[in-house]
Design a protein around this ligand. Structure first.
Ligand code: AQP
Length: 351
């Protein structure tokens, strides 16, 4: 069973502030929705200051067609808003509009140790079976930019899926080393928020692999732009085993595909995994899959419809992203300027 696993909260002198981002490296998936978007909106509604970003600088660490990148950045922003994000309450922008991210990332590149980077499993996963020598330097340095994304706002909490846990630990290490090296207490030690039934939504074709927007198989994922028929067909064809659903949550152990579908149901319904198992104990997939498909369509179709409506006016999306970037920049610049002071750089005349 997937359970809440957020780290112990440590007292901090920093104001609670949430930052998180999504790469416009493809159309967003059910994994991005349950692991990120849905929770981002919940955090906004809890009244904490929230800053969210389409991380286009991260996306180009692997090749992106320029027109598609622009489209996907707008589509991602539309998904945020369609999922309930209010750009007046949260800050929503695309990363490349706020240059402080890249500037702080360079300073962090000089704090981060090669040995730390060599342990990052996402780089290994993304280059597995490929020529790692041909990967971009940006892909290797990705976690240092991610640390800068968070620290440039002095964010104290980052809602992410399980897959980002190691990068968050690295962010903490970079902040601690910076503070120690310069004898300051300047960067907060950030807390990952890894909560809920769907912190790791798995592929519909292989329950041991993460559902991912860049998986070559479209059948492996549910896209937020999929039609109701498409969603139902993908769930109907999702890989499962021949057994009925178990009587207890423990019975899902060693059944990754069954566990994944139950987790998705729980996250979409807002139920615990226990509750879902109680409701469907002994059910065949012939019964469970249509119920899951109905639920997925009921939850996702209104989001898809709103995304389509918003995408009809790209100028309005660009305006929202621009306003968000101005607000983000107003927070980031003073923190970047103070960082440069600490490092011994002569202050910008603008600062
Ligand atoms: N399958 C998933 N289950 C739960 N959470 C997920 N997230 C991504 N996939 C899942 C969460 O979504 C946020 C944004 O992720 P990202 O777009 O920055 O990059 P990613 O984690 O690398 O997602 P993808 O879909 O696998 O992208 P590609 O294919 O481009 O690498 C993060 O909070 C992440 O945890």
């Amino acid at each position: 069973m997937t359970t809440a696993s957020s780290a112990v909260q440590t007292p901090t002198p920093f104001k609670p502030r949430i930052f998180s981002g999504i790469q416009p490296s493809g159309g967003l998936t059910l994994g991005n929705y349950l692991g990120a978007l849905k929770r981002f909106v919940e955090k906004q509604d809890e009244g904490i200051e929230t800053i969210y970003c389409m991380v286009d600088l991260h996306a180009i660490t692997v090749w992106q067609d320029p027109e598609k990148l622009r489209y996907q950045t707008r589509e991602g922003a539309a998904a945020f808003i369609a999922a309930g994000l209010d750009p007046a309450r949260s800050i929503l922008f695309n990363q490349s509009q706020v240059s402080a991210h890249a500037e702080l990332a360079w300073i962090f590149n000089c704090v981060t140790r090669l040995g730390w980077m060599n342990r990052m499993t996402q780089f290994k996963d993304k280059t597995a079976g490929k020529n790692a020598e041909a990967a971009s330097l940006g892909l290797y340095a990705y976690p240092s930019l991610m640390a800068a994304d968070i620290m440039v706002y002095h964010a104290t909490m980052v809602p992410v899926g399980e897959d980002q846990k190691q990068h968050l630990e690295l962010t903490r290490d970079i902040a601690i080393k910076f503070n120690n090296d310069y004898g300051v207490d300047f960067f907060p030690v950030v807390e990952p928020l890894i909560e809920g039934a769907a912190t790791r939504v798995m592929s519909l074709r292989d329950g041991t692999k993460k559902m991912s927007k860049s998986d070559p198989s479209d059948q492996s994922r549910i896209n937020l732009t999929d039609s109701a028929d498409n969603i139902a067909a993908k769930i109907r064809k999702a890989k499962t085993d021949p057994e009925p659903l178990p009587e207890t949550v423990e019975g899902l152990k060693d059944r990754p595909e069954a566990r994944n579908l139950v987790n998705i149901y729980a996250a979409l319904a807002g139920h615990t995994v226990d509750q879902v198992i109680r409701d469907y104990a002994g059910a065949q997939f012939g019964t469970f899959k249509p119920a899951l498909a109905d639920l997925a369509v009921a939850k996702l179709s209104p989001i898809t419809a709103e995304m389509n409506r918003l995408m009809a006016d790209p100028g309005e999306i660009d305006r929202i992203l621009g306003q968000g970037a101005d607000r983000a920049d107003a927070i980031a610049q003073p923190i970047l300027e103070r960082t440069k002071d600490i490092v011994g750089m002569i202050r910008s005349r603008k600062g």
